[in-house]
Design a protein around this ligand. Structure first.
Ligand SMILES: *[C@@H]1O[C@H](CO)[C@@H](O)[C@H](O)[C@H]1NC(C)=O
Ligand SMILES: *[C@@H]1O[C@H](CO)[C@@H](O)[C@H](O)[C@H]1NC(C)=O
Ligand SMILES: *[C@@H]1O[C@H](CO)[C@@H](O)[C@H](O)[C@H]1NC(C)=O
Ligand SMILES: *[C@@H]1O[C@H](CO)[C@@H](O)[C@H](O)[C@H]1NC(C)=O
Length: 353
């Protein structure tokens, strides 16, 4: 009897803790077949990973959906690339919508993925406005002040504002639902999503093109453009590395997320926060969502996180020979092309024991 009670309590705790984190299940959109037309509202039901309010957004903004699907693909690709030199390498993100515990719980890793997802969806929409792919928006506004002598505004700015409004509507929708579970998790995800959008805003820069007689660049035409998503992701990776552990605690009349350490300060708008500590990801352990680093490639000459020391957690590594094919003996032909031969070279590589 006691055991049964225990089990029920455990399952309940499990459901309460995990039922909440459907905030990034929409990344499953990356699997959407490109043949799916998406020109009728009933197609919205066929999309995987959406909560009810996202299906409604799909129905009322059908023309946005191809862009949002594209954003999901960007998130998967960029996350993997950004973390390819880390023990946790974001490979599990492709399991969407059925994540493992590394992304189901309020971990540092999920903090990064929420931030990246929020940044990516707004980035992709803002860019789609610029390229004219969306009927509801066009270029961003031209700034009031002049860019300086010899410069003038022109071209088409990325429509960051439209991207932020529409992107946050869609990606924050799961956290705005009343019933779904733990308040602490929702607060964490909303906060980290906002950090992602802040990083995106900060990436807005002035881009210019030269004009003038024979490339003299006497006049420059400039517009406000976003940096590439991979650069925003690198910024967020630094925030991931310095993320703050928080607890959900009463402060005044309501509960807030506050840093777990003794220093009494509110959470900063620019920092990623997490509720649950992650394992070191050295050994495989499904209970905590760790794949381990056995058989991962490591770099013997690097002294960063992909070094064999750090990647293999001190277990050591095995060398193996790998063949690389390169272009070689290239010849320039007048005029104007180059021919090359293909050469094979063997290189020594290393994988973790
Ligand atoms: C939707 O797209 C498909 C394929 O592009 C096309 O065959 C179909 O006629 C379209 N339907 C509507 C209602 O536009
Ligand atoms: C990422 O890690 C997983 C699990 O350790 C591994 O199977 C996969 O090959 C890694 N991916 C890359 C690109 O290194
Ligand atoms: C290993 O790391 C070094 C130093 O960071 C770098 O120059 C080299 O390209 C890396 N090798 C591979 C195979 O990634
Ligand atoms: C390795 O570490 C040293 C000292 O910390 C640093 O100066 C050097 O640039 C690092 N090398 C690489 C390849 O990261």
């Amino acid at each position: 009897m006691a055991l049964r009670h225990c089990l029920v309590a455990f399952l309940l705790a499990f459901v309460l803790q995990n039922g909440t984190c459907n905030g990034i299940k929409w990344l499953a959109l990356f699997k959407t077949p490109s043949a799916l037309a998406l020109n009728q509202t009933q197609h919205c039901k066929q999309l995987e990973g959406l909560v009810v309010s996202q299906v409604q957004l799909c129905r009322s903004n059908l023309e946005l959906m191809q862009t949002i699907i594209q954003a999901a693909r960007e998130v998967i690709k960029t996350c993997r690339k950004t973390f390819s030199d880390m023990r946790w390498n974001c490979s599990s993100i492709a399991l969407a919508p059925n994540y493992l515990l590394d992304l189901e719980r309020g971990t540092r890793e999920s903090a990064f993925v929420y931030a990246l997802s929020a940044a990516a969806i707004s980035h992709t929409i803002a860019r789609a406005c610029t390229t004219g792919d969306l009927p509801g928006c066009s270029c961003g506004p031209i700034p009031g002040e002049t860019p300086g002598p010899g410069y003038r505004w022109g071209g088409c700015a990325d429509n960051l504002n439209y991207g932020l409004v529409m992107g946050s509507k869609f990606s924050d929708a799961p956290m705005k639902m009343k019933k779904s579970g733990s308040q602490a998790n929702k607060l964490m995800h909303l906060h980290n999503s906002e950090v992602g959008r802040q990083a995106l805003k900060a990436s807005m820069e002035m881009k210019c093109k030269c004009h003038g007689v024979s490339g003299s660049c006497s006049i420059k035409t400039c517009w406000k453009g976003l940096q590439e998503l991979r650069d925003v992701a690198l910024d967020l990776k630094n925030k991931y590395l310095s993320a703050t552990k928080v607890v959900h605690r009463p402060m005044g009349t309501r509960k807030h997320l506050v840093p777990k350490d003794l220093d009494i300060r509110p959470v900063k708008e620019s920092e990623l926060v997490y509720l649950q500590s992650s394992p070191d990801f050295c050994m495989k352990n499904d209970k905590v969502g760790s794949h381990g680093t056995q058989d991962r490639q490591c770099n013997k000459t690097s002294n960063g996180s992909d070094s064999c020391d750090l990647m293999c957690c001190g277990r050591g590594y095995n060398p193996y020979m790998d063949k690389v094919v390169e272009r070689c003996h290239c010849k320039y032909h007048w005029c104007c092309y180059v021919t090359c031969k293909k050469c094979e070279r063997t290189v020594e590589r290393y994988v973790c024991k």
